[in-house]
Design a protein around this ligand. Structure first.
Ligand code: ADP
Length: 371
C-alpha cells in the first residue's frame, strides 16, 4: 500500500459510522483511493443509497481529510454493491446465524424490562432517561419501545430518524448514544394499536432477530402496561431479563403494579427491584410534600419479596419534577439537560444501581426509606 493510501486509511479510521458505531475503515466503506494531478480522490461507499447518515459521514470524512492533507482532497460518495453489502452483513453478524436471537441464555448483555401495572405512571420517562444515563456512563445501550399503547420513547428522546434496512437486517437509529427501536417506527400512522399478545410477541421477536444491535452492555425494554401475557412471552424470548416494576405512591396503583411484577414470576424471571415515581414534590425550602400519598413503592417491594422469598429492593424514589416532564416533551432527556434537578439525580442514581447490577446493602433492607 502506498504511503498516501495508508495515511488516508489511518485518517479515516477516526470516522465512526453513526448507525453501526464502528470506524468506516472496518466496515468496507472506503473505496478507491487515487492520487490525481490535482490532489487525492477518495471514494466512500454507503450501505444503501438513501442512507440517512450519508451527509454526516461525508462531512466527517471531508473534515478529517482536509485537516490531514489540506484542500487537495475530493470525496466521492458511492453505494456498496450487493456482494459488498452481503459481506458487511456477514461481518456484522459474526458467528450468529441469520435471523437468530442473540439474547438467549448465556448472553453477556444485561437485559431489563420496565413494567407497570397501569399507564401514565412515568414508566417510559424513567426508561428513556435510564437508557441515556447508562449511555452517558460509557455503556453500549439498546432500547426497545414495546409500549403499544403509546410509543413515547422516540418523542421523549427527540428521535425522528427511522431505521435503515439492509435487506433483511434493520439498523436502529442512534440518539444520545442509545440504539432505539420502537414499534411505532414500523406502523404507517404511528398510532397506538390494539394488538393482542401473540402479535406483540412476534414483533419483539423480530426486533431481537432482525435488528443489528452489535455488542450491547444493556438492553432495556419499555413494556406495555398491564399484567398480561406479554411479560410472560418476553420472558421466554429473553430468559436472562430482569424486571423493574414502576409504581406511584398511591396504594391502589401499588396493588396493580405488584401484579405486573408477579406476572413475570411465572417464567422464573427475576425481579430486579421496584421504582416509585412521583414520590413527592419538594417545596421552596426543600420539604417533601407527599401529594400522591406514600408507601406504594415499599408496599410493592414488600409484597413481591414475600411472594418470591427474596428481598426485592425499592431501587429509587423519583420526585415529581415539572422539569422532567418538560424535558421529555421537548425531546431532550433531563438526565442530560439538567443534572442538578432532584428527579434527574434520582434517575441517574437508579442507572448507577442498574449498572452495578447489585445494590448497596442499605437499599436492600426494605425498612430503610430512600431519600
Ligand atoms: P407511562 O409510560 O407510564 O405511560 P409516561 O412516562 O408517558 O408514563 O409519563 C406520563 C406523564 O407523566 C408524562 O407527561 C411525563 O412527562 C409525566 N411524568 C412522569 N414522571 C414524572 C415526574 N417524576 N414528575 C413530573 N412529571 C412526570
Amino acid at each position: 500500500m502506498s504511503e498516501i493510501n495508508s495515511r488516508v486509511i489511518k485518517t479515516l479510521s477516526q470516522v465512526i459510522d453513526p448507525e453501526l458505531r464502528r470506524p468506516i475503515t472496518e466496515l468496507g466503506m472506503v473505496g478507491e483511493i487515487a492520487e490525481t494531478s490535482s490532489g487525492i480522490s477518495v471514494a466512500i461507499k454507503l450501505t444503501v443509497s438513501h442512507c440517512p447518515a450519508a451527509e454526516q459521514i461525508e462531512t466527517n470524512v471531508s473534515k478529517v481529510l482536509i485537516a490531514e492533507f489540506g484542500d487537495v482532497v475530493t470525496v466521492q460518495m458511492q453505494v456498496m454493491t450487493a456482494d459488498e453489502l452481503n459481506e458487511l452483513k456477514a461481518q456484522l453478524r459474526g458467528s450468529l446465524e441469520p435471523k437468530s436471537n442473540p439474547f438467549t441464555a448465556g448472553t453477556s448483555t444485561r437485559i431489563f424490562l420496565f413494567g407497570s401495572g397501569k399507564g401514565g405512571v412515568g414508566k417510559s420517562t424513567v426508561t428513556a432517561n435510564v437508557a441515556v444515563a447508562l449511555a452517558s456512563q460509557g455503556y453500549e445501550v439498546g432500547l426497545i419501545d414495546a409500549d403499544i399503547f403509546g410509543f413515547s420513547i422516540p418523542g421523549q428522546l427527540g428521535l425522528t430518524a427511522k431505521p435503515t434496512r439492509l435487506d433483511d437486517m434493520i439498523l436502529p437509529p442512534v440518539i444520545h448514544g442509545v440504539k432505539v427501536i420502537s414499534i411505532g417506527m414500523f406502523l404507517p400512522s404511528n398510532e397506538p394499536v390494539a394488538w393482542r399478545g401473540p402479535m406483540l410477541h412476534k414483533a419483539i421477536e423480530q426486533f431481537l432477530t432482525d435488528v443489528y444491535w452489535g455488542s450491547l452492555d444493556f438492553l432495556l425494554i419499555d413494556m406495555p402496561p398491564g399484567t398480561g401475557d406479554v411479560a410472560i412471552s418476553v420472558g421466554q424470548l429473553l430468559p436472562t431479563a430482569k424486571s423493574i416494576v414502576i409504581t406511584t405512591p398511591q396504594m391502589s396503583a401499588a396493588i396493580v403494579a405488584e401484579r405486573s411484577g408477579s406476572a413475570g414470576l411465572k417464567t422464573g424471571q427475576e425481579i430486579f427491584g421496584v421504582v416509585e415515581n412521583s414520590s413527592y414534590l419538594l417545596d421552596a425550602v426543600g420539604k417533601k410534600l407527599e401529594i400522591y400519598g406514600s408507601g406504594g413503592g415499599l408496599e410493592v417491594a414488600r409484597s413481591l419479596s414475600e411472594r418470591t422469598g427474596t428481598a426485592i429492593p425499592l431501587l429509587a424514589q423519583i420526585p415529581i419534577s415539572p422539569a422532567l416532564s418538560a424535558a421529555s416533551d421537548a425531546g431532550m432527556p433531563l438526565v442530560l439537560s439538567n443534572t442538578t434537578d432532584p428527579a434527574s439525580q434520582a434517575i441517574s442514581a437508579l442507572a448507577v444501581a442498574i449498572a452495578k447490577d447489585k445494590l448497596p446493602m442499605t437499599s436492600r433492607t426494605l425498612n430503610v426509606k430512600l431519600s
